[in-house]
Each structure stands twice: as C-alpha cells, then as structure tokens.
Write a new protein. Structure first.
Lengths: 417, 474, 305
C-alpha cells in the first residue's frame, strides 16, 4: 500500500523533469547542432594550407588561389541529412550517414569550409520525412540537404519543400524513379534513373541471347519502377518475361525458386536488399538451378557474392580509379562497411559543399537561393563515381550511365558491359 | 482474478486519491477545485495559440499529434469503451486516405469537390466498419484481434498490388502501387483552401473539439453505458437484453468513420499517400497512444496521443535527449534511494568512484582517456571524470552497454547496501556508455529511449496516465 | 510430383520454424493471457548469439572446431541469451502489470520490442549478417527423397524441431513441473491455493518459450542465412498468427498452426502466385477461423455465470 502511494509523485516528478528538459533543451539547441557536427571546428583555417597536399586529392575541386583563401571569411553553413538510419532498411541509412560524415570531413579540410551536419532519421517513413523537411526549412543555418532515400520519401519531403521554401535544395543520393526530379524545384540527384538502367540491363541480356527471363521484384517503389522499365525493354526485344514478386520482408524464397522454369536464361532481381539476393542464390544452388542471376544496382554490394552473377552499377568499379580508390580506402579506414548506397552520398555532399564554397568565393554569405543556383551550375569534370557530374534543368544527372559487372571467383568484379 | 475485496478497493480509489499527501498536494487540490470549464478553456487556449508561437516544423508535429489524437479517440470507442480488440483499425484510416487521394488527384479524370467527397468517404468507411464487425458476432478476444489484423494486412497488400490483380485491367491505376499517390489536392471548403500547415492545424483542432464533445455525450448516453456493460461482461449484458451485436456494430462503425475522416485529412496534409503509412507500425502507435493515455478516458487518450506523438520528436534533438537521459538517471537515483542521506552517499561515492576509475584506468592503458568529449554542456561537465575512450571504443562500449542494462535491472531487484553498491557502478557505466556511444548515434538512441520510456511508464501506471484502475473479468 | 515434393519440403522447413516460435507465444499466452509481442526480438537475439559463436570460432569458411560441435555451441549460446532476455522481460516488463487489464502489457511489450531492436542496431550495426551455412555444410550434402534431394541443414531443422516438440509435449504432460504449468494455465488462483509457486511456473514458461525461440533463430540463420535487427518483427507476427489459428494456448495447436502457415505459403507461391501469397494465405486463415472460431485446437471455454 505504502509503496503505491509513491507512484503519482514519481510520475509528477518525471513529467516535471521532462518539461524542464524540453525547456533547457531549447537553450541547448546550438550546442546540440554542434554535437552532430564532425569537424566544423576541427579544421582551423591556419592548418589547412599545409594539409591540402596531404589530403586525398580530389582533382575535381576548383582550385582556390591561396590569396583568396587567406582573405576569405570562413564559409559556414549547415547541411541536413534525411535517411533511414533506423527501421527496415537501416543498412542503407547507416552507410549513407557514414559517407556523409566522411565526405564533410574530407571536403571541409580540402576547401577550408566549416560545414556541419544535422542528421534526420526518417525510419523510411514518409510522414517522418515530411516532418523533417519542415524542421529543416525552419533551421535558418541550413542551406540544403542530402536525401531522402526512396522515391516515395522524396515525394513526401518534396511536397513540403515545394510548399514552404522552393529555394531549399535536396540532393537525393538514391532516388531513381523517372521524372520525379522534374516535379520539385529544389530536387537534384546524383544517381541515374530507371530510364537509364532498365534498357542497359535489357540490352545486355538480349545481347547474351536471352529468350526467357524470370523477373522477381520486391514490391518496393524502387523495384517496381525498375521492373517496369526493364520488362518493357526486354519485351520490345522479343524476350519472354515471367514476372513474380515477393515482399521485402520475405527471407525464404525456396518456394519461389522451385517455380523458376528450367529453360529460363536469366533470373533478374531488381532488389534493394542485396543480402536477400544472396539467400535467393543459395536456394537456387540448393535446388540445382543454374541460370545466371542479374542484379540491379541495389544488389551491387558485398552482401551479394554469387560467382558468375551479373550486377548493374551506376559507376565503374571505383576501387579501380585512382582518386576514388583513395577516398574509398580513407572511408574504410574509419568505418567498417560500405555498399552501393555510399559513394553517391559523397557526390551529393560534394555538389552541395562546392556550390556553397563557390557562393562564399564571391564574397556572399551562402543562403538557400544562391546555393541552389550554384548547385544547378555544377560542372564536375570528374567525381568519386568516375564520371562527370552536371545536372539537367530538371535536376537529373546529365550523363547517366550504367555499367555491368560479373562477380569473379575471388570476389572482385569485372566489367563486362 | 476476483480477489475478495478488490472491487471495493477499486471502488474507493477515487476517495483515496482525494487524500493527497506530500508537497504536491496543495497544487493538486487546487487543480481539482478549478471548474472543468476553466480547465478546458485553458487547454484549448494553449492548443489554439500553439501555431502562432512556433515555427513550421513544430506545427507539422502539432498536426501529427492532432491526427493521432483523433485516431486514438476513434480507437478508444472500439477498444476502450466497447472492449473489442480491433487490430484492423489502421485500415480504415488508410481507406479514408486512399479514397480521398484517388478522388482528389490525377488518378481519376474526375476530381470531386471536397464537400461531396468527405461525407461519402466517412459513410463508406463506416460501411466498411459495419462489414468488419460481422466476424465479431462469432469471434471473441484474440480471435477477433487476429481476424481484424488480417484485414489490416490485406488492405496494405491490396493497395500495394492493386494493378496486378488478375481481374483489374492494365490501364486502371487506382492506387499507384508501391509508389503511392503523390500530388493530392488540398481540401477546398467552398473556395477556402486548407493548404498550409496552420490551416490544417486549425481544421484538425476544430474537428477534434467537435468530436470530443460528441463522444463525451455519446459516452454518457444509454449507448455509452451499454458499451461499458458489454466490455465488462458480454454474457451478463446479453442476459440483461442488451442488443450485443448491434452495439458491437455501432462501435466499429463509429471508430471506422472517425478513422476515415482522419485519413482524408492526412492525405491532404501529406499531399500524398503511400502504402507504408498504413502498415502495422502505425497501428502500434495508435494503440500506444490509447493505452498509455488511459484506455476509456477521452482526456486520457488525447494526452496519450500528445505523449506518443511528441516524445519521439523531443528525443530527436541530441541535446534534449541528453538532458532527458541525465534527468532520468537522477530520478532513478531519487526513486530507488528515497531518503536524502543515501542519495548523498551515492552521489559522493559516484564522484569518488569516477575519479578512481579514471586514475587507475589511465595508468594502465592511456588510450582510455584519449577521446574527445562531446560538445554539450553536460558532456563538458563530466569530461575529465568519466572515461572518454580513444581506441576500441565500439568493442568496450558494447560490453559496457550490456553490463549497464544488467546493472539498471538489478538495481530494481536489490535492496539495502547491495543496491547502493550496484547503483554506483551502474550510473557510472551508464554515463560512460552515453558519452562514448549513445550521444554519438542520436537516431538509434532515440528509439532506445522511446522504448524504455514506454516500459517504465506502463510499469508506473498500468492503467495509463489518466485511466482508471479496473478489474478485468476473464 | 517432383515439384509437389519440393514445395512440401519448402513448406515443412518454414512451418517448423514458425511452429517453434508459435510455441513460445502460445505457452506464455496460456499462462498469462498475454500477447508477448517482444517474442520476435528474443528470437532475433538468439540468431545473433549463434552468429557471435560462429564468428568467434573462425566463421563458416574456416571453423576452428568440428562442425557438429560448432552447431551445438551455437544452439547453446542462443538458448542462454534468448532465455535470459525472455526471463528479464517477464520480470521487468510484464510482472509489474500482471494484475492490470489485458491490453496494458501489450504496450510494455511494444516498448521492450523497440528497445531491443535499437539495442541490436547499436551492438551489431545495421549491416545484415549471414551465417553462410553452405560453407559450413556443403549444399551438395543431403538426403535423397524420390526425385529431389533435401539439404542436410533442412533435414536438421525439421528433425530438431520435431524432437523439441515431442520433448515439450512429454514434459508438459508427464512431469511435475509440466503439470504445474498446465494447472496455472487452467486457473492461476486455484493453482496458487493448491501450493503451486505461480511466479516460478511463469518464469519457467518464459524460459522454455524463449529458449525455443533462440533455437528457432539459429535454425533460421542456418537455413535461410540473413540475420538483422528487424528479423523478429515479421517472424513474431507470423508466430502470433500461427498460435491464434492453431488455438491460442494450445501446444499442438501452435505446432499445427505453424505448419499450416508454412505449407500454405509454399503451395500458394508454387501453384498460384507469389505476388498474392500473403493475400491468399490470409484469406485461407480467415476461412479457418470462421469455421472454427476458437482455432484448430482451441477448447471451447465454459463460462461460469
């Protein structure tokens, strides 16, 4: 009895404390922002001149003359990140966030900018993407954001940006649906679209003499878009396509694997979760099905290692390009894992930071409108993705290109198309 | 479950609660003496002033909270009043949202005017609710729950794969599949566009007030009393000639209609609908609001919705989450020790413990203090006392995290000196893990703390924040 | 025929795993009338415990100990971790709410579930892990059944769960503790009055249910391969469904419920459509429930008036 009478008091106490926390937290906002920054203050301008040579050289950065650098006021801005850091596809968000922090570290040091990050976890939920978009617009220091991942989340966040501040730019490192960038003023993306990938994939299969393709999509926005464009291109080439689909939650595909007809030439898996693709491949082997698996760019990951399989990638093997390989090595020294969702984040951050930097060079304080104008002017001769980056008036990559790799015995990938 | 005397004891709980004790008593008595009208005006005034005082992002959160409150009220009718475990509730919300999105976007050539669309949507959702109530004639308890859960899952599967259904023609694209329907138009009430966050907020607030008034009267009415009879003992109610099936149907219908209305607003707020909006995690959120607030109480479920909607946003900001964490530790200390002498003893012990650990550890392995502290007020305060690891941070903090959780749990079960002895290293470890790991990963920590808050709140008040204790007849 | 056999094996494997999980659900429900929504997370931690042992002992490509010992150790680790978490859940999340309403513990369970998922993300990161079982037990090994060959891992999964289910049934029906469990499940108050330590029985139930979930976690890791922080949610939902359809609280019901869902999924995918697999399975279960409103093996409750 006596114990029970304590509860109301405790609740009151807790609620009171929580309210105090909320109030105090308000004052602490500035500190909180800093909390998530990686290096804003870590690279004081004085030391940067010395370290520029030592830093992994990204030749694509505009070469600042030493004099302007000395005279320049510090180029300070905040950029956001919207992505699925927790939730069903946390493996995407985690790698994206790590690459984002890495990119900001590298570029801050190289350009002597003081860019900081505010991370926003949307749990792959469109409602949360919308809330984050509104909060980011409120943050007066924020010039642009990276993300969101997933075209449905882009729609949700895009609607808010369009409504509240069309000058706010968002550079998605992983939204591939055709035409979506044209819908939103502030949208740019550093990955090519399904319209690039579908036909490349189909052409390759046709060239290999495919007559029948077994296609399984994973009922996500990403997968069905790709499935549609590939199917259309395959059927135009006279290939018979058998379409099946499984939900992304599934981890046992054996029943589906049993239904693959023996005369199929390829099994095409436009999937986001590469680890599921590996399970699919194992279960094919278990049942003695030997057709080649063709994975989309989502399957281009360390998790998918079936020898002889093909994967599409929006970048040539970056480990083989000198500048990119250094960046990749630098990343892996700091973080454990990477996957296909990582490098486009670097590109997106680079696009934003260099745009901000160019605004600073003109002597202006970067704001959303000027940064957006400069992002639209982006013209990188080379990037971590191994290809030039510039945008169409819609915000799509001007030169989207896809490459096809074959997975080798030793785990490396060889360019085949 | 019928212990002798329990019912009497429950019955008197209000009386006992009147006899407040301790330092909060005067304030609580004064609050009770306030006329209900005043309290309502106060709350309503605060809610109405909210969007005028805060930036857009906060208004957006306010909209989320109001929508959640509306849904929680609807679910409360079915679960809290009629006692029917309806796990299909979220499908009505989705139905309303998709229906509105289809008739107010380019999915169909015809766009319906809002004043036509909304009544039809609400009526259609109610009809669907009536349909779903049919199995409840035969199924009870968890069997009804699983049946309604199937309904919720079937709904999501259907909207996600609608175009692929064998009998649907290729050209008909109603639901947009996994892409959902972007570009939904705003409500247009006779020329007045509800197209900004602020307008949505006030629309929701007005509807909520109307809804609460209606539900309050319904609860006090004959139907409301019959629902409670149904909830407490269906068999007895049936023998008293209560029309059980009709009442179940009515509960489903009212709940579904409210959810349908909320859905049609949500579609307009989000300017789009996507299948994942209506999946099970959101159903869990609505249930959490109802139960945490106090199933059966109107004020309770609204408060529950505010708590469930706002706590995760509070935790999003790493600075605020930090304050919450440290205050939580302080509360744990106060609650477990109760008197000031042991609290002081533990605090002093903790400070000494920290410095000793730091001294010993840095002597053995100097990497253990080589890390850089976080840049917040508290972190700067504890820097120099707690270990900030330079190397091997992940590995060590992983173990520390597990041990700290075990420590917190054992503090709950130990007594006396043993408890003090456990408390000191536990709090130290918890701070170490916070500064070295949790503060660096705010998004994961947010989910962690939210889960912990739910468990703790339910343990403290099993009946919910404003719920009344009642004995379940099984 | 070959196709049918293959799908039967597929369904049997999947169903065995569902059944093991459903048993834990059903036992807890039988005793506490509580839906243990965090059961899926217990299973997830079991799978990670197995992965931990596998990694520490050299991984699947270069195991440091004989394979049978490795698998045994994985099961032991999973059982220890899972049952610890299960018992802790009971003690700290559910016991404070034991005498409150039916749905209140649901939210504790959800909270615990969020907490455990986030803890897994924190400890193991979001990167999905693979047991890589084909390296451990070659994919070519197996028992031929007619025209098809069943991989050894599948054989192990099916046999292990069958053995566990038989042992559990014997335990519940033949031993003193088993009888105590049944008594508490039948009427908690009366059991307490007859001198049964109800708290102890509840702890034992959680212990056994969670241990089964842990075993299930390792088996899923071995046979399907992917281990990640959210694997418990869907599996838990399936297990809940299986437990209810079988007749919640009934041990044979949970087994048959699990197998029914496993077979339904395999045959639907095989013969009708993979896209609408879930839809069709749900529709089937709706029919089952409409025909038997208390599940396959649920007993009609007598209500005292």
């Amino acid at each position: 009895m006596k114990k029970r009478s304590q509860w109301p008091k405790m609740v009151m106490l807790f609620v009171a404390m929580a309210l105090v926390a909320a109030a105090c937290g308000g004052d602490d906002d500035a500190g909180a922002g800093d909390d998530t920054t990686t290096t804003a203050a870590a690279a004081p301008a004085a030391t940067t001149t010395a370290t520029t040579e030592a830093a992994p050289a990204t030749t694509m950065a505009p070469e600042p003359t030493t004099t302007t650098e000395m005279e320049m006021i510090p180029c300070v801005a905040t950029i956001g990140f919207i992505g699925p850091i927790t939730g069903p596809v946390a493996f995407i968000g985690e790698v994206q966030l790590n690459w984002m922090q890495y990119a900001v570290d590298v570029l801050n040091e190289e350009l002597s900018t003081e860019i900081s990050i505010v991370e926003g976890d949307n749990q792959f939920d469109t409602a949360q993407s919308a809330t984050l978009a509104a909060q980011f617009v409120d943050n007066a220091d924020m010039v642009a954001t990276v993300g969101p991942a997933g075209s449905d989340n882009v729609d949700a966040a895009g609607a808010v940006f369009e409504d509240l501040d069309p000058d706010f730019s968002f550079v998605s490192p992983s939204s591939t649906r055709e035409g979506i960038a044209a819908t939103y003023t502030g949208m740019f993306r550093t990955v090519p679209t399904d319209a690039d990938q579908g036909p490349t994939t189909a052409d390759f299969m046709i060239a290999e003499g495919a007559a029948k393709v077994f296609l399984v999509d994973d009922q996500s926005s990403y997968s069905t878009g790709l499935s549609d464009s590939t199917t259309a291109a395959l059927e135009a080439g006279g290939v018979e396509v058998i379409t099946e689909s499984v939900s992304q939650d599934t981890t046992d595909f054996s029943a589906l694997v049993s239904t693959i007809p023996d005369d199929a030439d390829f099994v095409y898996l436009p999937w986001q979760v590469a680890a599921n693709g590996q399970i699919f491949a194992n279960q094919m082997a278990e049942q003695g099905k030997t057709m080649r698996i063709f994975g989309s760019d989502g399957m281009d990951s360390e998790d998918f290692t079936t020898v002889g399989s093909l994967v599409a990638a929006f970048a040539p093997d970056i480990a083989g390009i000198a500048g990119s390989a250094d960046l990749l090595a630098g990343f892996l020294a700091e973080y454990d894992d990477t996957n296909t969702f990582g490098p486009p984040v670097f590109a997106a951050v680079q696009v934003i930071i260099e745009a901000t930097y160019r605004v600073c060079l003109t002597g202006q304080t970067p704001d959303r409108a000027s940064v957006q104008a400069e992002i639209a002017n982006t013209d990188l001769a080379d990037s971590i993705l191994g290809s030039p980056i510039s945008f169409t008036s819609d915000g799509d990559l001007a030169e989207g290109q896809f490459f096809i790799f074959e997975i080798q015995e030793d785990g490396t990938k060889t360019l085949v198309g | 479950m019928s212990q002798i005397g329990v019912d009497q004891w429950v019955e008197q709980s209000d009386e006992r609660r009147d006899r407040y004790s301790g330092w909060t008593a005067p304030a609580r008595r004064a609050f009770d003496k306030l006329p209900t009208g005043w309290k309502l005006v106060g709350v309503l005034g605060a809610a109405a002033a909210f969007p005028l005082l805060v930036p857009q992002g906060e208004i957006r959160i306010g909209i989320t909270v109001l929508l959640l409150a509306m849904l929680a009220l609807g679910l409360n009718v079915v679960v809290g009043w009629a006692g029917l475990l309806d796990l299909g509730f979220v499908a009505f919300y989705g139905f309303g949202a998709y229906f509105y999105a289809i008739v107010a976007s380019d999915q169909l050539p015809a766009h319906w005017p809002t004043w036509v669309a909304i009544p039809i949507i609400v009526a259609a959702a109610a009809l669907l609710g009536a349909l779903l109530s049919l199995p409840s004639r035969r199924l009870v308890g968890d069997y009804l729950a699983i049946m309604t859960l199937f309904f919720a899952q079937i709904f999501v599967e259907l909207v996600r794969n609608f175009e692929r259904l064998p009998f649907v023609s290729e050209d008909l694209d109603l639901t947009g599949g996994p892409n959902g329907i972007p570009g939904v138009e705003a409500w247009d009430l006779f020329g007045f566009q509800i197209n900004s966050f602020k307008r949505h907020y006030y629309l929701l607030l007005i509807l909520l007030v109307v809804l609460i008034a209606g539900l309050h009267n319904l609860n006090a009415s004959r139907t409301g009393r019959a629902w409670r009879a149904l909830r407490e003992d269906t068999l007895a109610a049936e023998h008293m000639t209560t029309p059980v099936n009709k009442l179940k149907l009515l509960a489903f219908v009212v709940g579904a209609a409210i959810a349908g209305l909320a859905g049609s607003i949500f579609a307009a707020v989000q300017v789009g609908v996507f299948p994942n909006n209506f999946a099970l995690p959101f159903l869990i959120t609505i249930y959490a609001a109802v139960i945490l607030g106090g199933s059966g109480s109107i004020a309770g479920v609204v408060l529950g919705a505010v708590a469930i909607g706002y706590i995760p946003e509070l935790l999003r900001d790493p600075g605020k989450a930090g304050w919450l964490f440290y205050i939580g530790l302080a509360v744990m200390l106060v609650v477990t020790m109760k008197r000031w002498q042991p609290i002081a003893a533990v605090t002093i012990g903790l400070v000494v413990f920290g410095f000793v650990v730091r001294f010993v550890s840095s002597a053995i392995w100097d990497e253990s203090i080589m890390g850089t502290a976080n840049d917040t007020f508290i972190s700067r305060f504890v820097d120099g006392w707690v270990l900030i690891l330079g190397e091997q941070q992940d590995l060590i903090t992983n173990y520390a995290f597990v041990v700290a959780i075990a420590g917190v749990l054992s503090v709950v079960v130990t007594r006396g000196w043993l408890r003090i002895a456990t408390l000191i290293p536990t709090i130290y470890l918890a701070i170490l893990v916070w500064e070295n790991k949790l503060a660096l990963q705010p998004s994961i920590t947010r989910q962690l703390l939210f889960g912990a808050v739910l468990v703790v709140m339910m343990a403290i008040r099993p009946q919910g924040l404003l719920g009344t204790r009642r004995v379940e007849i099984t | 025929m070959e196709f049918f056999l293959q799908q039967t094996v597929n369904g049997l494997t999947l169903g065995s795993v569902y059944a093991l999980l459903a048993l834990g659900y059903s036992m807890v429900y039988g005793i506490l009338k509580l839906l243990n929504f965090a059961h899926g997370e217990v299973y997830m931690f079991g799978a990670f415990a197995g992965y931990g042992v596998l990694t520490v002992l050299g991984g699947s490509s270069a195991p440091l100990v004989p394979i049978w010992l490795m698998i045994l150790l994985m099961f032991v680790a999973a059982v220890v971790v899972s049952s610890t978490i299960g018992v802790a859940l009971e003690r700290f999340a559910y016991r404070p709410l034991r005498n409150s309403t039916r749905i209140a513990p649901l939210i504790s369970a959800v909270g615990a579930s969020f907490f455990l998922q986030a803890a897994a993300l924190l400890l193991f990161t979001a990167n999905s892990r693979s047991y890589d079982a084909p390296n451990l037990i070659a994919i070519q090994t197996g028992i031929p059944i007619g025209p098809i060959r069943v991989w050894m891992v599948r054989v192990m999964v099916i046999v292990t769960s069958a053995v566990l289910m038989i042992l559990l049934t014997l335990w519940v029906n033949r031993t003193r503790t088993g009888k105590a469990v049944r008594a508490v499940s039948f009427d908690r108050e009366a059991a307490a009055m007859m001198g049964i330590d109800v708290d102890k029985v509840i702890v034992i139930t959680f212990l056994i249910g969670s241990a089964l979930a842990g075993v299930g976690g390792v088996m899923v890791g071995l046979v399907f391969g992917r281990v990640f922080h959210l694997m418990g949610f869907v599996a838990g939902l399936k297990a809940f469904t299986a437990a209810v359809v079988g007749g919640i609280g009934s041990i044979p019901g949970a087994m048959f419920g699990g197998l029914l869902i496993g077979f339904a999924e395999a045959y639907t995918t095989g013969y009708i459509s993979s896209t609408f697999q879930n839809l069709i399975v749900f529709a089937l279960l709706v029919v089952v429930l409409l025909v038997r409103p208390r599940g396959l093996f649920g007993r009609e409750e007598l209500v005292k008036v």
